[in-house]
Design a protein around this ligand. Sequence first.
Ligand code: NAD
Ligand code: GLY
Length: 357
Amino acid sequence: MHTLTIDLGDRSYPILIGRDLLTEQHLLPNVTHQIMVVTNETIAPNYLDQTLSALSAKDAQHVILPDGEQYKSTQTLDTIYEALLTHRFDRGCTLLALGGGVIGDMTGYAAASYQRGVNFVQVPTTLLAQVDSSVGGKTAVNHPLGKNMIGAFHQPKAVLADMSVLESLSDREFKAGLAEVIKYGFILDADFFEWLENNIDALLSRDSDAIAWAVRRSCEIKAQIVEADEHEHGQRALLNFGHTFGHAIEAAMGYGNWLHGEAISAGMVMALDMSARTGRMGGNTVQRGTHLLERAGLPIAPPQEMNPEQMHGYMARDKKVAAGQLKLILANAIGETEVCSDFSESDLFSTLSAFLD
Ligand code: NAD
Ligand code: GLY
């Protein structure tokens, strides 16, 4: 097992990365009070009993939610609040998110808002959640008009990334997680990008050493960024590379139809294209980036049902719009990205039209 720490002063917390962690009872945080495990109908049959038995000494309850991005909504949050209130959970309670990014984001927001804030612990069960969403304290639900629009920053008390649980993950979901892993190479670490180029086949064949290193390096990079800029006033925005394009795809296609990682993959290719159009990088770098995503079995273009105006409409509602000005993360090279607003509408429309006309 490897332990990383997110250093945020008195809100610091550990990320435990290893195999069979869920069967090691002492690893689950030492919560002596009420604990509510929040999971979904797909994950519960495989991992709920195991988790509850590791918590057996405590007042543990659980709530099982429907599965899917389309349920990441204020309506589903009510189910969590109802379970907490029915069991008379008080301000000292802890919520434990057992699931992927959807469960983690929703449970985190329930924890941020229930009785004005209670503790929570992340037990991420997808690759995407282990390398990204469980770390850093962004919590949210979707609104029909925009992705992750209702949310809060609320850090967990611990993250327990048990890589054994990834064995039951489908290939499609695994690849979607790889999109966020590759993102770290693009934004900040050219050496890691090169490692991914050399090891993408090992990752796709689920080589456990390769996965362990990819999870660890991704969490290290995320930790470094969150420590420097917890509330996204600067550098943390780099983590949204490809996301403004990707969120538009997710919202336009109906949440859940394109997986988050798939939409982000197409979004990163579009961000690379725009980086080249605005003179930041050459075509070879665009091709290099696109090629790795393609080798990972990820989409490299948005859905052809969309049109440039529609995509632009969704992008204009993004959280990275400030005072009417859209900000995008663009790349100067592999491993070097920046937050940009010095592009014209016609630059953006050139990229949108190149992919969607
Ligand atoms: P997800 O939570 O929907 O999980 C994907 C699918 O895999 C679901 O059907 C789930 O039930 C199933 N599953 C989960 N664990 C499994 C396992 N071990 N075995 C078999 N099936 C399993 O999707 P995701 O990709 O984990 O997360 C996507 C969400 O994360 C999006 O809503 C996105 O906005 C959010 N996100 C948040 C952050 C953040 O910083 N908070 C970062 C990135 C993404
Ligand atoms: N996934 C984006 C962030 O955590 O900031």
